[in-house]
Design a protein around this ligand. Structure first.
Ligand code: MAN
Length: 497
């Protein structure tokens, strides 16, 4: 800072000084922007503080590195007022060839060339900082050109993803439609089978393919055939027997006992015995042979035998009816569940129903998952659908992170979380593996625009609660020149100093 006592010596040299002042007034005041230069015009070599006109200073007290005005307005080009409460805090750098910018006053004349803001070096005393605006401008132009190209590429990639997302949704809708159709058909099949089962159970008339019934019918036919043969043979035998009996009967009545013929006497004796036993034997033989046949019928599905012995004539009808009646629904006695005695055909239908019901159940659950997914929104324009199943892997620090869109996020083998929701630029993963002595892991992933997917950074602000930055085309938007320019930072390390 300067010694204020020197100022008094200026007044005796007035004429020369006025001339000098006019030159100074014409010159620009350091640190003041062109549009504010008019605030720094002397009036008879005097000037007053901008916010407090009662404080009048000599014009050369401006930028004399001594803070006279409480608002700091007398030191726009030095750091003297940088820390006064009301002081304007910025120094204007013209930066010819680049863009004029403002730097905090406390950085002025501090010995550091702040090229990131004042590329012309005007924030430091002259000649200390070489003008670097040419190089900075080149960096800026390169950045803008590259960024525009990147954004352009990223937008192409994004538009492709938007298209892919809409296709994915359409495919899902088509898949769902096919599945619903399939479910409808299977449902109809099921209804048909249920009706078939009901009718098989009610009527007892089993379906054509019921081999039990077929077998019963075949056996019944054989019984009838056999009976017809038996009846025919019996008739012939009966005729022969009747003839023989008649002959023997004649012999028994007319032989001459006085001839003492032993053979004749024995024959007559046996004939008389035969005649007295004849009735019983004939009936038994017929019943035995018929029993053999009908037993076969009974063995197909042994019905409860009520102990009724059928007559010779109604035997076939009796046993056939019994077999058939086993397929008819039984009346439930005392509401007790009747023993399971369904036909083979009904059992087969039942099996088909069961397996169809299983298929229908799994198809319906799958369909409802699809349905739910179709109605969900996955980010702006539904764009996340396009990357379902895509994984981004990156080593950050000591861990390898793997992020699966709409899936899960891993830190090495630790599950950080399963995808739970999203908004325009953020993905949320929750319900990860439990932290030792801490909560379940979870993560928030902030997406920033780039032409490719890349996990850029991770932080753990709280134990096992992670924050990621993910570069991706998913969130790219067209940028204005101003937006792009705002992203530029001077790379001081690349300046030739
Ligand atoms: C592992 C990692 C870390 C976490 C600790 C907690 O080392 O998952 O991120 O902080 O466990 O114990």
């Amino acid at each position: 800072m300067q010694d204020r006592s020197n100022q008094l010596h200026l007044f005796p040299m007035r004429p020369v000084f006025i001339l000098l002042l006019s030159l100074v007034a014409a010159a620009k005041i350091r640190g003041v922007s062109p549009e504010n230069q008019h605030l720094y015009v002397p009036e008879q070599n005097k000037w007053h503080c901008l916010l407090d006109p009662s404080i009048v200073l000599n014009f050369d007290q401006i930028n004399d590195d001594f803070c006279d005005c409480p608002d700091g307005s007398d030191e726009p080009g030095t750091g003297a007022c940088a820390f006064s409460a009301e002081a304007p805090k910025y120094f204007f750098c013209e930066n010819e060839g680049y863009f004029s910018l403002k730097i905090e006053n406390y950085k002025v004349d501090d010995g550091v060339c702040d090229y990131d803001i004042c590329c012309d070096g005007s924030d430091e005393p002259s000649r200390k900082c070489e003008n670097k605006c040419g190089e900075v401008r080149k960096q800026y132009d390169d950045f803008v050109r590259n960024r525009k190209q990147n954004v352009q590429e990223a937008l192409v990639a994004k538009n492709y993803l938007v298209e892919k997302a809409s296709q994915a949704k359409q495919e899902l809708a088509e898949k769902l439609a096919v599945m619903k159709n399939e479910i409808h058909t299977k449902d109809e099949d099921l209804k048909f089978l249920v009706a078939q089962l009901a009718s098989a159970e009610l009527s007892g008339e089993d379906v054509d393919e019921d081999s039990v019934v077929q077998e019963a019918l075949r056996l019944a036919e054989r019984v009838e055939e056999k009976l017809a043969n038996i009846a025919k043979t019996a008739k012939e035998l009966q005729q022969k027997l009747s003839l023989l009996e008649k002959m023997l009967s004649d012999l028994a009545q007319n032989f001459n006992p006085n001839f003492n013929d032993a053979s004749v006497k024995l024959c007559v004796k046996l004939f008389e015995e035969y005649m007295s036993n004849k009735q019983e034997e004939t009936e038994e033989a017929g019943v035995v042979s018929l029993y053999e046949l009908t037993e076969k019928l009974k063995n197909i599905r042994a019905p409860t035998d009520e102990g009724v012995v059928p007559s010779f004539e109604n035997m076939v009808h009796h046993y056939f009816s019994k077999v058939i009646s086993t397929f008819k629904p039984q009346e439930d006695k005392n509401d007790e569940p009747r023993p399971e005695r369904i036909s083979k055909a009904a059992a087969e239908i039942n099996e088909k129903i069961k397996s169809l019901e299983k298929v229908l159940h799994s198809k319906s659950s799958e369909a409802s998952i699809y349905e739910e997914k179709i109605h969900q929104t996955f980010g702006k324009n539904d764009i996340l659908r396009s990357v379902e199943g895509v994984w981004v892997t990156g080593k950050i620090g000591e861990y390898i992170y793997k992020l699966g869109f709409l899936d899960s996020l891993y830190q090495d083998n630790n599950l950080v979380g399963r995808f739970s929701s999203c908004d325009d630029n953020t993905l949320y993963f929750t319900q990860g593996s439990k932290c030792w002595n801490g909560p379940q892991r979870s993560a928030t992933v902030y997406m920033v625009c780039a032409s490719e997917n890349r996990l850029v950074s991770v932080s753990e602000p709280e134990k096992c609660q992670y924050r990621f930055v993910l570069e991706t085309p998913l969130v790219c938007e067209a940028l204005t020149d101003e937006d792009i320019a705002r992203g530029f930072k001077v790379d001081i390390s690349k300046l030739v100093i």
